[in-house]
Ligand binder design. Structure first.
Ligand SMILES: C[S@@+](CC[C@H](N)C(=O)[O-])C[C@H]1O[C@@H](n2cnc3c(N)ncnc32)[C@H](O)[C@@H]1O
Length: 845
């Protein structure tokens, strides 16, 4: 097993990710999960004490594993964010205060399990660190002995160091079963292991030395000298004078260089000795002799060895390097072999439990799968890009695309008509909507000798994925259109555009649809041989060819068949020459105009329809110009009477209303364009020319809707706008906003209407009174005045009835019994208070 990295991204291993996924505060949670899986102590516990609990992942695991209403107490030097069902506090577990606080929380209870995952601040020398850890574990054991119930469980973390055995011995004195284990989630590189002690003996009397670090870790009470500090920071002088070390009365210490080579702790030698000598004794030291003769033992090395106390960091490094080289030459174990040994050691990790293994395998498989799919998609995109590039550079004709793989008649060839059936999708293809035929709708390809591609798994996967994506996108659109009215409107507009486009392809005949496709179908006889003609939308009967009437297509005929043209007789053969002009003059249906306006405001790319319209406008403008030149001069005697004039005005107004496109310019771009056209800075031809840009002619066939929708949001030309256009639009919007909303306007209109009705009634009554011969003029005048004053008086609103919310009406919802008209429920107390307030106010006056 590879050694895990302990730094950088190596720390963010799968346990880290899993912890994040499951909402645990630390990856350590899995250590407890795995320990509990093996020994099952949490399920049996009702009271748990978690020592050194921050950030709290063990508490989280305990809370979700232990029975309901269990008591969990967590303590740490660092604060712990609140965890549901867990009591936490901040304290040092080695102190008396902490002990007292735990006692306070537990009251008379005892803990069924005590957990300890404490780690002191590491970073000093390893020996010191491990000692501190062992000491902390002993402190936690001390607390455990006080709070644990007889037969309870104590779980502690320890480092595998020389104190480990002493600690284990102590634990064995206090518990019936003591097992050391390393859960799979504990890093291999970490020296930590967990000791699970079950069956607390709860001795009545305890020898205090058993829990005293000084006596348990006796020989470590005096920590070893820090030789590393001496070697790696030789420049920092020790200020404190310690005097001679016990039993060591010489100042100058010398050691044979061969020992420096052989030792496993070279730092200690470099830190303690003054000289590495090459002097051979009388009996002769073979190793030293060999060392002396080796070319690696240079003069510089000899000088360094002669006085270790004057060396700096650089020289020490040199000596250590030299030692390693010599060890390699002499065949001593080196770092590499040590690494291998370490790898062997760390490989002895407990097997991962089944669930975790399956999870890991699944993750690997899904990662593999997604990377494979990504690769395939990238390849396909690259191929497509290449083809498009080739086409743009005129290296291929559009029909060549995909030919190299399939051949002209191969699967997916452009004009292949095999597999044509009576599905609606095909009819829509014939109509111009390039609908992708779902795999299920295709007929089996009988005569193509080419092997089916169904065995190409990746293709199928891709197709499936695409179908799924399309389906999901469709669902998303439906959901959105249900919830969002704006989106609905946009969608409807888009659909309208789509149909418009269909209309362009259906220019000639709505029934016989696309001529081009028909021609293809009729040309491609060989392809069609084994396909039944009936009902195949792509195979059009020549009998159904467009019926041309007076040189007009069916669509044009349909247009001129409208009532408006009935009296004009434009369908007469001789007038067909002027068709274009007539078309230009014909009033546009309002809906179409509005749709065009919307289209213009939506995306500023002039579509084919727009271009057509512009051409029409251009023709209309020309005609107007012509008309303007022919001035109609009135006859001298012609007199226009007033009625005639008002009639004329009205008809003019109506004409204005009916004719002329009611284009509403709502975007700054459109306004800029309108200004430019009005000022003559741009002509209609410029606009048409601009319509042919890189955005207008894009190959969008076969691309999925979600992609096109997303692309369409950004794939637009950015037209410059002028400040005045922007201001004009702003002003327009402000005016729109200033308009009253529909409801208010309706209410106003209703009010006006009622007033008018009342006035009418009043008039009638006044007329009746005036016509009454039995009344004198004075009486008539006074009764009419009365009528008017009565009408102008505002009707008094019925007073609001105040109902006490007491008795039967207490907490009543809805209308109280026997109350008609407007009412208000009041609290009786409020009523009293209001009255009292009024009284007080009155008194003050
Ligand atoms: C590895 S973390 C514990 C992780 C914890 N089991 C969890 O699942 O989130 C070690 C904790 O020991 C705490 N610690 C170290 N010495 C301590 C002491 N004397 N008293 C209390 N907590 C201590 C540290 O503050 C640190 O939060």
């Amino acid at each position: 097993m590879a050694i895990q990295k302990k730094h950088g991204k190596g720390r963010l291993d799968k346990w880290y990710k899993l912890a994040k996924e499951k909402g645990y505060r630390a990856r350590a949670a899995f250590k407890l999960i795995q320990l509990n899986k093996k020994y099952g102590f949490l399920e049996k516990s009702k009271v748990c004490l978690d020592l050194c609990a921050a950030p709290g992942s063990w508490c989280q695991v305990a809370a979700e594993t232990m029975p309901k209403d269990s008591l969990i107490i967590g303590v740490d030097l660092s604060p712990i964010k609140p965890i549901p069902k867990v009591i936490t506090f901040q304290s040092d577990i080695t102190t008396e205060k902490c002990r007292a606080t735990i006692r306070g929380h537990l009251k008379t209870w005892k803990a069924d399990c005590v957990l300890h995952d404490g780690a002191p601040n590491v970073g000093t020398a390893w020996v010191q660190d491990s000692f501190n850890q062992a000491e902390l574990a002993l402190h936690s054991l001390k607390l455990a002995t006080e709070f644990l119930v007889e037969g309870g469980t104590f779980v502690t973390k320890v480092f595998r160091s020389k104190d480990y055995n002493s600690l284990l011995w102590v634990l064995k004195q206090l518990f019936t079963k003591v097992e050391a284990t390393k859960p799979p989630s504990s890093r291999n590189v970490s020296a930590e292991i967990f000791v699970v002690c079950r069956g607390f003996k709860a001795p009545k009397k305890l020898d205090p030395r058993l829990l005293d670090p000084r006596s348990v870790f006796e020989d470590l009470a005096d920590p070893t000298p820090n030789n590393e500090a001496k070697v790696y920071n030789p420049e920092i002088k020790k200020r404190k004078r310690d005097g001679y070390e016990e039993g060591d009365w010489t100042q100058f210490k010398e050691i044979p260089a061969s020992e420096f080579i052989q030792t496993t702790d070279p730092i200690a030698i470099l830190g303690q000795y003054n000289k590495l000598s090459f002097d051979q004794s009388k009996n002769g030291d073979v190793a030293l002799a060999a060392l002396d003769k080796l070319p690696e033992t240079t003069d510089e090395i000899r000088v360094c060895c002669s006085d270790l106390k004057v060396l700096g960091r650089k020289e020490f490094k040199l000596l250590l390097k030299w030692r390693l080289k010599i060890r390699e030459i002499l065949g001593f174990p080196t770092k590499k072999t040590a690494k291998a040994a370490l790898a062997e050691e760390v490989a002895e990790v407990e097997p991962m439990d089944e669930e975790m293994r399956i999870q890991e395998e699944l993750q690997k498989i899904s990662e593999k799968e997604s990377s494979k799919k990504k690769r395939e998609r990238r390849h396909a995109n690259e191929a497509k890009q290449k083809e498009i590039l080739r086409m743009q550079m005129n290296m291929t004709a559009p029909m060549d695309i995909g030919m190299e793989q399939e051949g002209p008649k191969g699967e997916g060839a452009m004009f292949r008509l095999k597999g044509v059936d009576q599905t609606d999708a095909l009819r829509r293809i014939a109509k111009g909507k390039m609908v992708v035929i779902p795999e299920s709708e295709k007929k089996p390809d009988f005569d193509s000798g080419i092997g089916s591609e169904s065995d190409d798994e990746s293709d199928e996967d891709g197709d499936r994925l695409e179908r799924e994506l399309d389906g999901l996108y469709e669902q998303y659109r439906e959901r959105k259109s249900d919830a969002d009215a704006k989106y609905r409107a946009k969608k409807a507009r888009k659909q309208h555009d789509d149909e418009e486009w269909e209309g362009v392809s259906a220019d000639e005949n709505a029934n016989s649809d696309s001529d081009a496709l028909e021609e293809e179908s009729s040309d491609d006889d060989s392809d069609m041989e084994d396909v039944d003609d009936a009902g195949k939308p792509l195979l059009t009967d020549l009998d159904n060819a467009p019926v041309i009437d007076n040189g007009l297509s069916k669509r044009a005929r349909g247009f001129f068949n409208q009532d408006i043209f009935k009296d004009l007789g434009v369908l007469d053969g001789e007038e067909s020459e002027d068709e274009d002009e007539e078309m230009a003059d014909a009033p546009e249906p309002e809906a179409e105009v509005e749709a065009e306006a919307a289209e213009e405001s939506d995306d500023d790319i002039p579509s084919i329809e727009q271009q057509k319209k512009m051409r029409k406008e251009h023709a209309a403008a020309k005609k107007k110009e012509k008309d303007a030149r022919i001035e109609i001069v009135k006859k001298k005697g012609d007199v226009v009477d007033e009625d005639e004039e008002s009639d004329w005005e009205e008809t003019e107004k109506k004409k204005k209303k009916d004719s002329g496109p009611n284009i509403d310019i709502v975007t700054a771009e459109a306004m800029t364009l309108a200004h430019q056209l009005a000022r003559g800075e741009k002509t209609v031809h410029d606009v048409i020319d601009e319509g042919y840009n890189k955005y207008a002619l894009k190959d969008r066939d076969g691309l999925p809707d979600w992609f096109l929708d997303d692309e369409g949001r950004h794939d637009k030309p950015h037209k410059p706008i002028t400040k005045e256009a922007a201001d004009a639009i702003k002003e327009k919007l402000r005016a729109y906003n200033a308009r009253p909303i529909k409801k208010v306007a309706e209410a106003r209109a209703r009010k006006k209407f009622k007033q008018a009705q009342r006035l009418e009634k009043l008039k009638k009554k006044a007329d009746l009174l005036a016509g009454d011969e039995g009344l004198s003029e004075k009486e008539k005048a006074s009764s009419i005045a009365k009528l008017i004053s009565a009408a102008s008086k505002k009707k008094r609103k019925a007073p609001v009835k105040v109902v006490k919310a007491a008795g039967a009406n207490r907490a009543l919802q809805g209308r109280p019994r026997g109350v008609k008209g407007r009412y208000k429920m009041v609290d009786p107390r409020m009523k009293k208070e209001m009255r009292a307030l009024k009284r007080v106010a009155k008194k003050k006056k």
